[in-house]
Design a protein around this ligand. Structure first.
Ligand SMILES: [Zn+2]
Length: 484
């Protein structure tokens, strides 16, 4: 058995054990590792490079839409959280507390931020005085701690990285407009950069953020048929402004409470990329976020260091000059075959092979990670061809994921059919729901499926129907699924 075979055989098959496959990819592609503390992970350089690409592309959008970054403290006084009971009760089971500073017991416990509405609200109360101060449009890149009982790398860990936007507005309408603007920004980001199609819509009252008026979310279908929430945008109404006394003098010199929003996406998105695009050979990264977009593997035959390597280096330098993220794998201790499977495991979108014959004919061979398609290309065509191929890979990954989502979005005749479909096929089920929490609860209890989103364009889709459970007249269409 050669090294190549060993490398590939070590990976669990996705269809045999999805969850084992997921954790193995994370470890073998060196995205993350388990930290010594339970429920925590270390993001390794290759995983962190993916996060940096995500961060850069998201940050650009956040700024282009008028927001600025700031940084607020990690610790939140207990009394701040207690000011808002719904918010506190929502997060209490997951809050980590600081009780001592050195040897000294603190007079007041400090929460390690589980989210920043309270600390940011208290500052907005100081900064906002007049209608001229509005809107306030701030984003923060930060770490968050939630003491989770069941954890999984990238999907749910005690500490994770995210961005959280916090805005304040003069009217409800402006806050609502902001909430929906961010929802579509998230959808566009995830579909364009991560190549993952999502459903966007509203959460039900039982699924909404603690303290929000309304929560909106984007939901994606992973390739095991379970849904993953990939970002949320909340209209907070005047809930926090009343608690933290964030008021402004309007144009008629009357004091008004501001209207707020908050919204976030996190390192969980990396988990989605793995589960949505990965296959039995490992990761498949969309070129837009891949730390290495093109890997060059010289074929180590004969005098390859004299004959092949200089040409490979020239191509590498050319690509770098054009802004491509490229890596030349000139390690001597591994065979080309071993390198192929290693880079496949790590999800590099495009591989370029170059051997002695190719040097003579001024050609290379390109191999796509997404469909294994091989192509022989002349050196003079690379400048044009390589960006085209990368763009096509990005598009194909999205189209494949979209096809999967469409094929796994089911219509059902009745509740029996619903239960059977969820059990045997998973995926999204699109059905009428009466709006009653009792039905929502019973469906969750009996099938483990929850309402992922209520799509926004209800009027177009839902004319009349019956609730899938109670049969009452229903005009709300909802997407159910088992989720992460
Ligand atoms: Zn019902």
């Amino acid at each position: 058995m050669n090294k190549t075979e060993r490398f590939v055989k070590q990976l669990t098959r996705k269809s045999d054990d999805f969850s084992g496959w997921y954790t193995e990819i994370i470890r073998k592609a060196e995205l993350a590792d388990y930290a010594p503390m339970k429920g925590m992970m270390v993001i390794r350089p290759y995983g962190y490079a993916i996060w940096e690409n995500i961060q850069r592309l998201m940050d650009r959008r956040i700024k282009e839409s008028g927001h600025m970054n700031a940084y607020f403290p990690l610790f939140i006084p207990e009394s701040f959280l207690q000011k808002e009971m719904e918010h506190l009760e929502g997060f209490a089971p997951e809050v980590a507390w600081v009780t001592h500073g050195g040897q000294e017991e603190l007079e007041e416990r400090l929460a390690v931020r589980p989210t920043s509405e309270a600390i940011i609200g208290s500052m907005y109360a100081k900064w906002i005085k007049s209608w001229r101060d509005l809107p306030v449009l701030i984003n923060q890149w930060a770490n968050i701690v939630r003491w989770e009982k069941v954890t999984r790398p990238f999907l749910r860990t005690t500490e994770f990285l995210w961005q959280e936007g916090h805005t304040a507005h003069a009217t409800f309408d402006e806050a609502q407009e902001e909430t929906l603007k961010i929802l579509s920004l998230y959808k566009e980001f995830v579909e364009t950069e991560l190549a993952i199609p999502v459903l966007a819509g509203k959460k039900t009252a039982r699924e909404k953020f603690a303290g929000a008026l309304e929560t909106y979310a984007i939901e994606a279908l992973m390739s095991d048929g379970k849904a993953l929430q990939m970002g949320t945008s909340h209209n907070l109404g005047q809930h926090f402004s009343r608690v933290f006394n964030i008021r402004f003098e309007d144009e008629n010199q009357e004091l008004q409470y501001v209207w707020q929003t908050s919204w976030g996406t996190s390192t969980r998105m990396i988990g989605a990329v793995i589960m949505c695009h990965g296959d039995d050979s490992g990761l498949r990264l969309p070129p837009q976020i891949a730390p290495v977009q093109v890997v060059i593997v010289p074929i180590s035959l004969g005098n390859w260091k004299e004959n092949v390597l200089p040409q490979a280096k020239k191509i590498e330098a050319e690509f770098k000059k054009r802004g491509l993220r490229v890596k030349l794998d000139e390690r001597e201790e591994f065979t080309p075959g071993w390198k192929f499977s290693e880079w496949e495991m790590r999800g590099v979108p495009l591989r370029i092979e170059i051997g002695p014959k190719d040097v003579k004919t001024n050609r290379i061979v390109s191999v796509r990670r997404d469909n294994q398609k091989k192509e022989s290309l002349g050196l003079d065509s690379l400048e044009k061809k390589i960006p085209e191929i990368l763009e096509d890979i990005q598009k194909s990954l999205f189209e494949k994921a979209l096809k999967f989502q469409v094929e796994n979005t089911h219509q059902v005749k009745n509740y029996e059919d619903f239960k059977e479909t969820i059990e045997t096929q998973r995926g999204f089920i699109r059905v009428h729901w009466c709006g009653d929490e009792a039905c929502e609860d019973r469906i969750k209890e009996e099938t483990m499926a929850t309402i992922r989103v209520i799509p926004l364009d209800q009027d177009l889709q839902a004319s009349e129907g019956q609730c899938v459970l109670c049969q009452k007249k229903a005009s709300v269409l909802a997407y159910f699924a088992r989720g992460y």
